[in-house]
Every structure is written in structure tokens, then in C-alpha cells.
Design a binder for this molecule. Structure first.
Ligand SMILES: NC(=O)c1ccc[n+]([C@@H]2O[C@H](COP(=O)([O-])OP(=O)(O)OC[C@H]3O[C@@H](n4cnc5c(N)ncnc54)[C@H](OP(=O)(O)O)[C@@H]3O)[C@@H](O)[C@H]2O)c1
Length: 265
């Protein structure tokens, strides 16, 4: 656990989008273990209910939320429920995301393009917009946007995903400026290649659909042992929700940076 104290998130209410599985579920478990009351939001009810049950069984506090982050009303009513049942949200992890279908631009349907932006960018915007007044009133907040190295490194066939994560990174930097005066620290995370449903789905696309290069890349992540466990990015995200992260406002961190951050005073 490094220098992070066992109950470092005690007294905080966290909302984790995409918390039903993968990186979001690992993050929700860790935030709860470290003392936060955690609202777990995603569209698949049995997945959020099961993560909540696990947290409660270990003595933690959690609330299941069936929310589509791309839907303004769904997000607003989810936040309203959290406020009335747990209290004001002071930690927001914008983790829900979709890769879309990795096709070249010429073969991409506009509906697929829009869906990727609606979930990965508009979803984070809508959640931040709900959380900000509550954080401002508390004069303290942490927003972590789960991005991807695809925001910086162009990959043929991944225009929508890469462009959406680049947009998310700019949202991170602007939120950092706007929230700074109220002790609201916004950061981004590039989680690396993580063993989740998203990677499993990426491996399931045939070479005839997505091309040999991407197909080889997705298979190679597994075949060459490059997949990390979701607990690794969860640990970095948890760190970014602590008081120590105040010096990182507007920064976008890679997985490997956690140890160095924890060593610094
Ligand atoms: N795995 C990787 O290698 C990797 C690498 C770089 C970045 N990332 C990023 O990490 C984040 C988490 O991905 P993951 O790998 O953990 O994938 P995952 O296991 O597929 O989980 C994605 C989560 O997002 C939720 N979600 C998707 N669309 C949603 C919507 N419209 N509203 C609410 N929730 C929604 C999903 O639940 P429902 O489907 O039930 O809604 C699920 O809980 C994503 O932002 C992804 O881009 C992952």
C-alpha cells in the first residue's frame, strides 16, 4: 500500500462510473476499503449490485446506481440519489468508456462515432457538471478521468476512441483550471493495457474486420503477457483522490508513475 494510509478516503462520498466491472470495479472496491462511501454507476444492474454486495460484505459502504452516463437525465437522477442517500459527492471517477468498433475512418458509421464521444466525453462532462456544485460547496473535490494513451499515440482504426480520449484530456485540463480555486483537483490516468472485458472484446474482432495490424496488437497484449490487473490502475486512481494529489492538478499520469509519486514528500 506504500505511504497511502489504510483509511485515507474516510468521510468522502465517491461516485465511480463504469464501476460494475474492470478498472471501475477495482477502483470502487479500493476506495471503499480505504473508507469512502462509494456509489457504483453503470447500465448493467446485476454487475453494479454484485460489486456493491461484495463491498458491503466486507463492511464497506456502497450504493448501486443504474445510470447511462451519456444520458443527461439519468446522470442527474443518479447524482440526486447519491446526495440524498450518502451525501455530497467529493470524489468522482469518470471511468465509464467504450472503444467503439475499431475501424478506419472511411468505414466508420456516424452513429458509432457519436456513441464513442457521447460515452467517453459527454458522459464525463455530464458527471463533472453534476459533481462540481457539490464539491464547490464542500470546498474540496477530486475528479479523476480515466483516459488512454490512445489520446496521444495515433493508431490506424482507432480515430473515434483516440480523439474522444484526447478531448477528455482537454476537459481534464480545463476542469483543473476551473476547480482549482475551490480545492477541486482534476487529473487524468492512462491505465496501460488492462485485463478487462474491453480487452476481451477487442481480441474478439476478426482480422478481416479490423485489419491484421490491430488484430495482431490486441492478441499480442495477451500472448506476450502485457495485460495488467485492474487493481494496478485502481491504486493510482485512489492516490489521485487523496490530499497528496493537490500538487497534480491538471496532470495526466501513467501507471508507472505511482511509485515515484508516493516517494515524493
Ligand atoms: N482495459 C484497458 O486496457 C484500457 C486501456 C486504456 C484505457 N481504458 C479505459 O478504462 C476505462 C474502463 O475500461 P475497462 O477496461 O475497465 O472496461 P470494461 O471492463 O468493459 O468496463 C467498462 C465499464 O464502463 C461501463 N459503461 C460503458 N458504457 C457506459 C455508459 N453509457 N454508462 C455507464 N456506464 C457505462 C460498463 O458498464 P455497462 O456496460 O454495464 O454500462 C463497464 O462497467 C474506460 O474508460 C477505458 O477506455 C482501458
Amino acid at each position: 500500500m506504500g505511504v497511502v494510509e489504510e483509511r485515507i478516503h474516510a468521510g468522502h462520498v465517491a461516485l465511480v462510473t463504469g464501476g460494475g466491472r474492470g478498472i471501475g470495479a477495482a477502483t470502487a472496491r479500493l476506495l471503499a476499503h480505504r473508507g469512502a462511501a462509494v456509489a457504483i454507476a453503470a447500465r448493467t444492474e446485476d454487475e453494479v449490485v454484485s460489486v456493491v454486495a461484495e463491498i458491503r460484505a466486507r463492511g464497506g459502504s456502497a450504493l448501486p446506481l443504474v445510470v447511462d452516463v451519456s444520458d443527461e437525465h439519468s446522470v442527474a437522477s443518479g447524482f440526486e440519489r447519491v446526495r440524498s442517500e450518502l451525501g455530497p459527492v467529493t470524489i468522482l471517477v469518470n471511468n465509464a468508456g467504450t472503444p467503439g468498433v475499431p475501424l478506419p475512418v472511411a468505414a466508420t458509421e456516424v452513429t458509432d462515432w457519436r456513441r464513442v464521444f457521447e460515452v467517453n466525453v459527454t458522459g464525463a462532462f455530464l458527471c463533472a457538471r453534476e459533481a462540481l456544485p457539490q464539491m464547490t460547496a464542500e470546498n474540496w473535490g477530486r475528479i479523476v478521468n480515466v483516459s488512454s494513451a490512445a489520446a496521444r499515440h495515433p493508431l490506424a482504426g482507432m480515430a473515434a476512441y483516440g480523439a474522444s480520449k484526447a478531448a477528455l484530456d482537454q476537459l481534464t485540463r480545463v476542469l483543473a483550471l476551473e476547480g482549482g480555486p475551490y480545492n477541486i483537483v482534476t487529473t487524468g490516468v492512462y491505465p496501460g493495457v488492462v485485463d478487462t472485458r474491453m480487452q476481451e472484446e477487442s481480441r474478439s474482432f476478426g482480422a478481416n474486420l479490423i485489419g491484421k495490424q490491430l488484430h495482431r496488437m490486441f492478441q499480442g497484449y495477451r500472448d506476450f503477457g502485457m495485460l495488467r490487473e485492474p487493481e494496478e490502475p485502481a491504486d493510482l486512481i485512489s492516490y489521485l483522490c487523496t490530499p497528496a494529489a493537490s500538487r497534480l492538478n491538471g496532470h495526466i499520469l501513467r501507471l508507472g508513475q505511482l511509485e515515484a509519486l508516493q516517494r515524493e514528500p
